[in-house]
Design a protein around this ligand. Structure first.
Ligand code: HEM
Length: 153
């Protein structure tokens, strides 16, 4: 029962994160940007941070309290590849988060503030890279769940 509940929570959080990433990408376009969009991006980015933390917590709880036991995962290369990919996604999200936070300050100081177009383009590229690395995570997850990548011994 615990395993099932953890799996449900993990999947819902993961789909939530994917939705937030897609929403951020849709808003992060020179043609779409406006003071309202900047405020929305701030809210999505806050949700993104909370979801990422919750996934990390739910994921590690699954490792330790899931049906297969921690050794099943810790001795699996696909598990570590998944963690590394998750870490890279986290690192790639630092710059967009910082810029989005700076834009929030900009809109507070000046209601008509709109971020520079070149910066929007740069962050859009970063988000696209982030989404592609993110796509690797379920691939590693499916492999690790089936013991593919398990070290011998
Ligand atoms: C955004 C990040 C993540 C995504 C997209 C993701 C995705 C998935 C998916 C799709 C599965 C189901 C695999 C299957 O049954 O075929 C899964 C299972 C699992 N994930 Fe994650 N995950 C993420 C983060 C994490 C983290 C950070 C951890 C651990 C620290 C973790 C631990 C687990 C565990 C233990 C399972 C259970 C595998 C099994 O059934 O044996 N996940 N994940």
């Amino acid at each position: 029962m615990t395993d099932l509940a953890l799996a449900i929570v993990h999947h819902l959080l993961v789909f939530g994160l994917a939705a937030v990433l897609a929403a951020e990408l849709a808003l992060m376009r020179p043609a779409a940007i406006s003071p309202q969009t900047v405020r929305l991006l701030g809210r999505f980015d806050a949700a993104y941070g909370l979801l990422a933390l919750a996934i990390l917590a739910a994921g590690f709880i699954r490792v330790w309290y899931g049906a297969k036991g921690a050794d099943f995962y810790l001795a699996n290369h696909a598990f570590w590849a998944k963690i590394i990919a998750f870490g890279i996604v986290g690192l790639l999200s630092i710059e967009p988060t910082r810029r989005i936070a700076a834009w929030q300050k900009g809109t507070k100081a000046d209601a008509a503030f709109v971020p520079p177009l070149a910066e929007i383009g740069r962050l859009r590229r970063l988000l696209l890279i982030e989404i592609h690395v993110f796509a690797l995570i379920p691939i590693f997850a499916a492999a690790m769940a089936r013991g593919v990548g398990h070290t011998a011994g």
